[in-house]
Design a protein around this ligand. Structure first.
Ligand SMILES: *[C@@H]1O[C@H](CO)[C@@H](O)[C@H](O)[C@H]1NC(C)=O
Ligand SMILES: *[C@@H]1O[C@H](CO)[C@@H](O)[C@H](O)[C@H]1NC(C)=O
Ligand SMILES: *[C@@H]1O[C@H](CO)[C@@H](O)[C@H](O)[C@H]1NC(C)=O
Ligand SMILES: [Cu+2]
Length: 283
């Protein structure tokens, strides 16, 4: 067992990107490009829609972090200082700064209502409901084709639709990849959560029940303790079941046509929502 694993490490290392795993570099919404938080240049975009982290190694949260703040929005995460407007039914296009092919596993998306403001909410209070997930797409040949492989094939980017019926308001979107290449180790699964602030507009009424970040995953979940090189025909994706009525978007990666300026808390409290929708860049 151990010697076989050693062989796997030799083949499937992180070393093609050295210690760099990844992060969300930008988020495209409605044709507009918004900067994410970049651990490679943490001070570059003080008003970003991506929550900052202290994951300067571009690394992950392991199972010992599942019951701690780390898992909520990554290690040392602090509220983003801006947010982007989007209509319910709209698509969030998440661009990762590359993704290592070895880091196979599910890709998942969540929303959590912030109430008054995602810029000031205590992350410990966020209750996340799942709006999308792609796990094992094809297990016919080990180690399988996974959501992460689809993300790589889509220019290292991912798309998620904001549910149409969702109640308008401020939400944190939590997008996450779990890399399973090392999950045969006791503490070997690697979660890469990233949080983004959105203002969802529309006339929906639903606010699904969510769970606290620290309750999303069970460190003992068998889906996080397995050897994907053994191959498998099915895979139970970790975390809560997605809410009803959500659709997984067919991936594509249209180029943004403009640059979006994040709205800040002051702006949204003084500007009517309708102005925000139709005029997202003037803030
Ligand atoms: C798991 O994460 C914690 C907290 O970031 C870290 O201190 C610990 O060294 C990690 N353990 C392993 C086995 O990676
Ligand atoms: C796999 O996980 C173990 C901890 O259980 C850690 O010591 C090791 O560095 C990890 N290897 C890789 C390739 O991530
Ligand atoms: C692919 O992603 C890179 C960023 O990693 C971006 O600069 C480039 O425009 C994207 N290309 C397409 C065709 O989407
Ligand atoms: Cu890695």
């Amino acid at each position: 067992m151990h010697s076989r694993y050693t062989t796997i490490i030799a083949t499937f290392t992180c070393s093609s990107l050295v210690s760099a795993h990844s992060f969300v570099s930008n988020i495209n919404i409605n044709g507009l490009y918004y900067d994410g938080f970049r651990p490679t240049e943490p001070a570059a975009h003080p008003i970003s829609i991506g929550w900052s982290t202290t994951a300067f190694d571009q690394g992950y949260v392991n199972q010992t972090g599942y019951r701690t703040e780390e898992i909520i929005c990554h290690r040392g995460a602090k509220n983003a200082k801006g947010h982007a407007p989007i209509s319910a039914g709209g698509i969030v296009h998440v661009q990762w700064n590359g993704w290592p092919e070895s880091h196979k596993g599910p890709v998942m998306d969540y929303l959590a209502s912030c109430g008054e403001s995602c810029e000031t909410i205590d992350k410990n209070a966020l209750q996340f409901f799942k709006i999308n997930q792609v796990g094992l797409v094809d297990g016919s040949k080990a180690p399988g084709l996974w959501g992460s492989d689809q993300l790589i094939a889509n220019n290292n980017s991912w798309m998620v639709e904001i549910p149409r019926n969702i109640r308008p308001g401020f939400y944190v979107m939590r997008t996450e990849i779990i890399a399973l290449h090392n999950a045969s180790h006791e503490i070997g699964a690697q979660n890469y959560p990233q949080c983004i602030n959105l203002q969802i507009n529309g006339d929906g009424t639903e606010l699904p029940q969510g769970v606290l970040g620290k309750e999303l995953y069970d460190p003992e979940d068998p889906s996080l303790h397995l050897d994907i090189s053994d191959g498998m025909s099915t895979y139970k994706i970790p975390g809560p079941t997605p809410i009803a009525g959500v659709e997984t978007v067919t991936l594509s990666h249209p180029l943004p046509t403009g640059s979006g300026t994040p709205l800040t808390e002051t702006e949204t409290t003084t500007r009517p929502t309708s102005t925000v929708i139709s005029d997202p860049v003037s803030g």
